[in-house]
Design a protein around this ligand. Structure first.
Ligand code: PAF
Length: 465
């Protein structure tokens, strides 16, 4: 008796969708001559085509082995659909159950009742995504790509580039109304590997990812810094498209705060949000007003996007504390802090690195080296904040950097000053200028990965040359 493998797509957007899909699975398992080998998770997607106003679909895919031929299997699928109340009347209308035969062994069938491989499967993310879970390496006959590669490519193709918060807000509302989860990565553009890692993380944990690119004037206390901040929206968007972002948007201050600007185009002071206690000390002391500007725009961005989760880099450690406090006050979204991405040299990735000349870049390496020395001392048992700070300062003296601070704080709970007494957890933070470029970095002591590349782990000045 010949056995063939077959892939089936399941979908439902009417009634108890999960019950219908589970019921279909049981019915397939009970069908004589059919053995279910694998099934995907259930994925929710917005309806494609059909009458307006219909609800989102729950989709899945099943791989089975069968002794039936393709037409007999199709008849079984139609029997199961009928059992769950599906009537094949209006095309693309809401349905309790949809079962499509996607693949049947390596057969190509093209007759009026049955076309296999399914003629539209290579264009449908909602088919390919679940199929990628059970048959990732299957090569699709039409495009020659694997299922997983094609699913990724289709997701990328869908990226929208929107010019203002109003259109972004409408896009996000549709995503949320379709029952999808939305990951959000706020940025000021000039994207680098650190930002892309945030987007990739958000893409793994959410149905859709949206990114904002807005150089926020409210958080710059130095107008020259604002003026020369690198900007390349189309270049940023191209990079985002390649890592699975679904939508990127930008905007202007007036677009984010309509009717809230004064005659000079500045935000009315009452609209500025107080960033709270996490803004006191270190960055807050060196950049007065910076965190109020960050809190104000992040609050507005959250209003626009209404994300399920928002992703921030741990490189901006104090900002992450400010944003966590803000999200707590607003009761959402969930804030995810992601590990700092470093160059091979140990230098933390930052948009401002693009402004460094060779000497500045060499001097900048002292920051991660100082953190590495504090980390080594912590691992060797040092628990005194002042002693750890002194060790960092010793590394940074003579680096050519203009040091702003080398500080240690408890890693749990922010305090403006260094805590006294032995620390239970600690984060070391540094800020300095290489010529006029301001660099910051930090490391939670004892955590992995270490901020230093192995070759530079001994400290001293030679490694920077
Ligand atoms: O970290 C940044 O790039 C910015 O501070 C943020 C969070 C996008 C707000 O402008």
């Amino acid at each position: 008796m010949t056995r063939a493998t077959a892939a089936i797509a399941l979908g439902s957007n009417l009634g108890d969708r999960e019950k219908s899909l589970r019921g279909a699975l049981v019915a397939l398992e009970r069908t004589p001559g059919v053995v279910v080998l694998r099934r995907s998770s259930w994925l929710e997607t917005a309806p494609v085509g059909g009458p307006p106003g219909q609800g989102p679909f729950l989709n899945g895919a099943v791989l089975l082995e069968t002794t039936l031929d393709a037409r007999a299997l199709l008849a079984e699928l139609q029997r199961i659909e009928a059992k769950f109340g599906r009537e094949r009347t209006v095309r693309d209308a809401p349905r309790t159950l949809d079962l499509d035969l996607l693949l049947f062994a390596d057969e190509a069938i093209d007759d009026p009742e049955l076309v296999v491989p399914h003629p539209r499967m290579e264009e449908r993310v909602f088919v390919l995504e679940p199929l990628a879970e059970i048959l990732p390496d299957h090569v699709l006959a039409g495009c020659g790509e694997t299922v997983v590669a094609r699913a990724r490519a289709l997701k990328r193709e869908r990226m929208s580039r929107l010019p203002d918060p109003a259109s972004a807000s409408a896009w996000c509302r549709d995503v949320i109304a379709a029952g999808e989860t939305l990951g959000f990565v706020p940025t000021m553009g000039a994207l680098h590997a650190g930002h892309l890692a945030l987007v990739e993380c958000a893409a793994r944990e959410n149905d859709r990812v949206c990114v904002s690119v807005f150089v926020n004037p409210l958080q710059f206390n130095d107008p020259r810094d604002l003026e020369r901040y690198p900007r390349d929206f189309e270049g940023d968007a191209d990079q985002l498209e390649a890592v699975g972002c679904s939508m990127v948007f930008s905007g202007t201050l007036a677009g984010f705060f309509p009717d809230e600007l004064d005659a000079t185009g500045a935000l009315i002071p009452e609209r500025l949000i107080d960033a709270g206690p996490a803004a006191i000390g270190l960055e807050g002391a060196h950049r007065p007003g910076h965190f109020d500007g960050v809190a104000t725009i992040v609050d507005r961005l959250f209003d626009v996007v209404q994300p399920t989760r928002a992703y921030f880099g741990q490189k901006d450690y104090q900002q992450l504390q400010v944003v966590r406090d803000l999200a707590r006050r607003r009761a959402g979204p969930e804030i995810i802090g992601c590990v700092t991405v470093r160059e091979d040299s140990g230098l933390a990735r930052s948009s401002r690195n693009a402004l460094l000349d060779d000497a500045g870049r060499a001097a900048g390496l002292f920051l991660s080296r100082a953190l590495g020395v504090a980390d080594a001392a912590w691992r060797a048992g040092e628990r005194d904040a002042r002693a750890l700070e002194t060790l960092m300062r010793e590394v940074l003296d003579g680096s050519g950097l203009e040091l702003e601070y080398a500080a240690v704080r408890a890693a749990r709970g922010w305090s403006a000053e260094a805590p006294g007494g032995p620390l239970e957890s600690a984060v070391a933070l540094v800020a300095a200028r290489a010529a006029s470029v301001r660099l910051i970095d930090n490391h939670v002591l004892g955590s992995d990965p270490s901020p230093q590349p192995a070759a530079a782990a001994t400290g001293g000045s030679s490694a920077a040359s």
